[in-house]
Every structure is written in C-alpha cells, then in structure tokens.
Design a protein around this ligand. Structure first.
Ligand SMILES: *[C@@H]1O[C@H](CO)[C@@H](O)[C@H](O)[C@H]1NC(C)=O
Ligand SMILES: *[C@@H]1O[C@H](CO)[C@@H](O)[C@H](O)[C@H]1NC(C)=O
Ligand SMILES: *[C@@H]1O[C@H](CO)[C@@H](O)[C@H](O)[C@H]1NC(C)=O
Ligand SMILES: *[C@@H]1O[C@H](CO)[C@@H](O)[C@H](O)[C@H]1NC(C)=O
Ligand SMILES: *[C@@H]1O[C@H](CO)[C@@H](O)[C@H](O)[C@H]1NC(C)=O
Length: 527
C-alpha cells in the first residue's frame, strides 16, 4: 500500500481478515461495521437462559465480525474464488466489505486526524464511486468538538480485487449527508442542499422508528402482528430469540412485521432490581440496520391507520391462537393482517415456540439483522482507543458462583489475584494493558495485579456516558429529552465488544478454572 492514499489489498476478504486480526486502529473505528448479534448454538433450555448472571460473555450469543471471519477462513476464500469473474461494473456501497475498504483507505490517507465515527457509505456520483461521511478531531491541538467531513471515493474492481483509486476533496461526498428516503433518489446529484455542518453526520443515520408512508399504500400491504404471550421481561436472550422467530416468520410470509418497539428490561440488568418496562429498542439495537433489512411498522401507528381504513378499504383479519399453526399453513392466507395471539400459560405462550418442530427447518431466524446499537459500539470503540487499541482482556466471573463451593469448588481460589498472577504468567506479558471484565463488585480486590499489569475496568471510562458525553445526548434525544441510565445490559454489550477487540482474551471457565460453567459435572463436551 502506498502513501499516496491509494490502497490495494490483494484480496478484499482475506485482507479484511488480516485487518481484523492485525490492525487495531481500524478495529477501533469500525465499531459500527459488522458486529452482529447471532447465535447458532443457543437453546432455550440452556441453563444460561434463566441464569441470574449479568456476565455472560463466555457463553454470549453475541458474536463479532472477528469470530465470523475467523470461523472459517477457507470457506471465505472458496466463496471468494467462486464468485470471481473479473471486472465488476457497479459497486455496492452498502456492502460491509466496501465499508471496511473505504474506512481503511480514509485512515491510511488522513494520518493527522483521529477518526471517531464513520457513516455508512452511499452511492456516489456514478456506479463506481461511493460517498462516506465521518467525524474526526485533528491529532494536533486540542479541539473540543468533532469536525465532520464527507468525501467521494472512486473505486475500481479488477481480478476480484476492489481498490480505492482516489479520494475527493473536503466535503466532496455530498450524498453521504443526505437523508435517506426509502429508495427514492430524487435528490441525487444535487449539490445545492447542503445542511448545516452539525447535521451532516446525523443525516447519514436515520434512527427514527419505522412509520406509515402517507401515500395510501397502507391498505395494499400485508401485515403480521404478535400479541400477548409470556415473553415480556424475560432475559434479553429470550427476547432476542423470540424476536428473531417472529422476524423470521414475517420474512417467510412476505409480510410487514408490526412491532412494539418498547422493551421490558429484566431486573438482572436494572439498578432498581425491578423489571423496567418501556425501554426503547433503539437504546440497544441498530434500528437503521434493521429497517434496511426488513419491512417493519411501529405498532401504535399501525393500529391508528388500521382503525381508520379497515372498514373503508375492507381490510380483514386472520386470527391465530395456537402456536402449533405453522407459518407454512399461513402462507396462503390473503387477509391483510395475520394476528398471532398468545395465551397466559407459560411456557406454551412463548413466541419462539412458533419456530419449533418442523418449522425450524423452514424458517431461518435472521440474526444478522439485529446489530448492537451504534451508540454502544461507539462507547466500546472509545474505550479501545483509550487503551491505544493495544490491550489484552480477561473475563473473571465470580459473584454468587464463587461463593457456592458445592457447585464451583475451585472458582473462588482460581480467580483470586494470587492465582491469576500465576495463571497469566506466560500468557500475558508484564506491563500490558489488561482490561478486566468482572462481576466482582469490589475492583480493589484485583489490586495485586497492578504490580504487573496496567489494569482497566469499565467504570474507569465513566465519562463516556456521563452528562457531557455524546452517548448521554443521543439517548436523551431518543427518550423524549429524559436522561437514560447506562443499564446492565448496555454495560454487557459494551464489554463484549471491548473484549472482542483484545489481542489476547482469557476466559474464566476453561482458561482459569477447571470448574464447569454450569456447576459440578455440567461441563459441556466442548470443555
Ligand atoms: C471450513 O469450510 C470448508 C469448506 O466449506 C470445510 O470443508 C471445512 O470443514 C470448514 N472448516 C471448519 C473448521 O469448519
Ligand atoms: C465514475 O467517476 C469517476 C470519477 O469521475 C471516473 O473516474 C470513473 O471512470 C467513472 N465511472 C464510470 C463507470 O462512469
Ligand atoms: C489482473 O490480471 C491481469 C492478467 O492476469 C494482469 O495483467 C493485471 O495486471 C491484473 N490487475 C491487477 C490490478 O492486479
Ligand atoms: C414470498 O416471496 C417470494 C419471492 O417473491 C416467493 O418466492 C415466496 O413464495 C413468497 N412466500 C409466500 C409465503 O408468499
Ligand atoms: C475491597 O477489597 C479489598 C482487598 O481485598 C479490601 O481490603 C476492602 O476492604 C474491600 N472493600 C470493600 C468495600 O469490601
């Protein structure tokens, strides 16, 4: 790669892989890229499902791009070679690989600034150019505020290799600062409607809830809604599992999913110790990505439209009250709305049950559509940057398990600072930044580690979510101007993300102790 700003990876995907492994700086700023929440192994009967632990990183359903990329390098290469037919005439600026490439090119070229956040690239002036926006601060001086830039990137594709061959001038990427409008490109190519600087980045991200278009198309639509059920206020894993089943059914039926975007946060994640209802989906998950991936509608808006138009337009409802009615049986239903109603008897009334049995083979749960929210990823990126993107991490689970000597006879001893110093020898070099994720409330407990490592805990980075932070302002905006507390689930999301960016990562079970994660004799075959 040359210093002139021209960047030619030999092979984009392989390169992306190497990049994820080796170049920490790009990791630090690619937070919003492909940190996907997914699972292949999660089962509702998994003891973790009902666990009271707030620290689940070692069994988390949250996977990162790194896991995905590392999971099967060969498969990626083969896929790459199969799809390789020389020149490509049109570049998909929305492709995560392209996003990665553009970020990398920008980081290479502009070495005198610190990037803070990249907006998703959009189509540029023609089929082979993309526009991308970012926020930055000059490295020199101490500018208090972020500045914004958006530029044109010219790409070429040859021999299966996509390269950036040119980056335009300051503010040349005007498409990246326009509000997205459901595929309507009416404003494309207009250079006149520049908004104020401060709006530039925000305009690349549309995080409003999906609403009804006022163009009369409502009555032509087909909808699916889930109602009732026992899923509310269960764990977030349960929520996601059910959510993905519902989303999968809507995809399968080609119907718009009507959703209640308020979430009940279970007590294990709240500071009050009570379940807290009315949390906003957008606090935790990336609504923009979800809207891009699936057809959705906010429930309140839906019902208001429905009531207005039902009689006039003859809209009909198909009610389903038994979860054993499979999506396949509903494929031929012509009614405008299919409503699945769930009863009061748990666990028969869990939404995810719709996807069990024969349906499991037919419906795919679209985990790739549910990403962590960008604001949480930004906090994680900032934390990684504060440690110069060069750190190791250790996840230390103690809490109730460490106190329960019957089920976890060695855990307490194996996670004591003295034992840790011995175990980490040869695994983590002295003097390294060591990020510690733990449910041990008293962090001074780990003070002996300071003699050898530079230790860090989440709360050291409090300023990233305090009243002066971007995160605080963003949440307040989403929450009708009321402040939002950084809750336990958010903390876990952030820590997961930080851990995934560590050079070396040490887990409690398997790495630190031979005790089984779920108690005596409950080690899974893998461990
Ligand atoms: C990776 O993918 C290839 C090709 O699909 C397959 O043959 C191989 O077994 C996979 N390896 C692993 C570790 O999953
Ligand atoms: C797109 O625009 C760039 C820059 O003006 C130019 O170099 C390139 O040839 C154009 N590509 C196409 C397909 O027109
Ligand atoms: C693409 O392949 C051709 C033929 O092998 C070669 O001449 C050309 O230099 C290659 N282009 C790039 C950008 O590597
Ligand atoms: C959904 O749409 C796809 C593509 O148009 C079609 O193949 C499929 O049969 C449709 N499914 C249903 C249940 O209507
Ligand atoms: C925290 O742990 C340290 C070291 O084990 C101990 O001295 C201190 O008393 C503990 N503090 C609290 C509040 O438990």
């Amino acid at each position: 790669m040359s210093r002139s700003g021209i960047f030619r990876p030999e092979n984009l995907r392989q390169n992306a892989l190497a990049m994820v492994r080796n170049i920490c700086f790009s990791l630090c700023v690619t937070g919003a890229l492909i940190f996907i929440i997914m699972t292949a192994t999660y089962e509702p009967d998994d003891p973790m499902f009902h666990s009271d632990s707030t620290f689940k990183s070692d069994n988390s359903v949250v996977k990162t791009s790194e896991d995905l990329l590392a999971s099967n390098e060969t498969a990626f290469e083969e896929a790459e070679n199969r799809g390789c037919n020389g020149k490509v005439d049109s570049i998909d600026c929305g492709d995560p690989d392209v996003f990665h490439l553009l970020m990398r090119a920008a980081i290479e070229k502009f070495r005198d600034i610190d990037f803070y956040q990249f907006g998703r690239p959009v189509r540029g002036i023609n089929d082979t150019s993309c526009h991308m926006a970012w926020r930055f601060r000059p490295k020199e001086g101490n500018a208090a505020a972020f500045e914004k830039d958006f530029r044109n990137f010219v790409l070429v594709s040859e021999n299966c290799t996509l390269s950036v061959v040119g980056i335009g001038d300051y503010h040349s990427g005007v498409n990246a600062m326009k509000r997205k409008r459901d595929g309507k490109d009416a404003e494309k190519g207009e250079f006149g409607r520049l908004r104020s600087e401060s709006e530039a980045i925000e305009e690349t991200v549309d995080i409003s809830l999906p609403g009804v278009e006022l163009d009369g198309s409502f009555s032509r639509g087909k909808y699916l809604v889930y109602s009732g059920g026992g899923d509310r206020c269960k764990t977030m894993q349960h929520f996601l599992y059910s959510f993905n089943c519902m989303l999968g059914e809507a995809q399968y039926l080609n119907r718009t999913l009507v959703l209640d975007f308020s979430i009940c946060l279970p007590s294990i994640y709240t500071s009050s110790g009570q379940d807290e209802d009315g949390k906003d989906f957008r606090f935790y998950f990336d609504i923009e990505h979800l809207k891009d991936s699936a057809s959705l509608l906010d429930q309140a808006q839906f019902w208001s439209e429905w009531n207005k138009r039902r009689e006039k337009d003859g809209l009909t409802l198909h009610l389903v009250e038994d979860y054993r009615t499979t999506p396949m049986k509903l494929a031929g239903v012509e009614d405008a709305l299919i409503m699945r109603k769930f009863g009061t008897v748990e666990p028969d009334n869990y939404w995810y049950r719709v996807c069990e049995g024969e349906t499991d083979k037919v419906i795919s749960r679209p985990w790739h559509m549910v990403w962590k929210s960008r604001s949480l990823l930004d906090v994680a990126s900032a934390i990684a940057m504060r440690m110069d993107c060069d750190f190791d991490a250790i996840h230390i689970e103690r809490g109730k398990k460490a106190m329960n000597k019957e089920q976890w006879p060695n855990l307490d001893r194996d996670t004591s600072p003295e034992a840790l110093l011995v175990t980490l020898q040869g695994k983590i070099e002295a003097g390294r930044n060591l990020y510690i994720s733990t449910n041990e409330p008293n962090t001074s407990f780990f003070d002996p580690l300071k003699a050898k490592y530079s230790t860090h805990f989440l709360d050291e980075f409090k300023d990233l979510w305090d009243e002066d932070s971007d995160w605080y302002a963003e949440m307040k905006k989403l929450n009708n101007d009321k402040p939002v507390e950084l809750d336990g689930y958010m903390r876990m999301s952030i820590e997961d993300e930080v851990l995934s960016r560590a050079k070396n990562k040490i887990e409690t079970f398997n790495d630190l102790t031979k005790d089984c994660k779920d108690g005596v004799n409950k080690c899974t075959s893998a461990s």
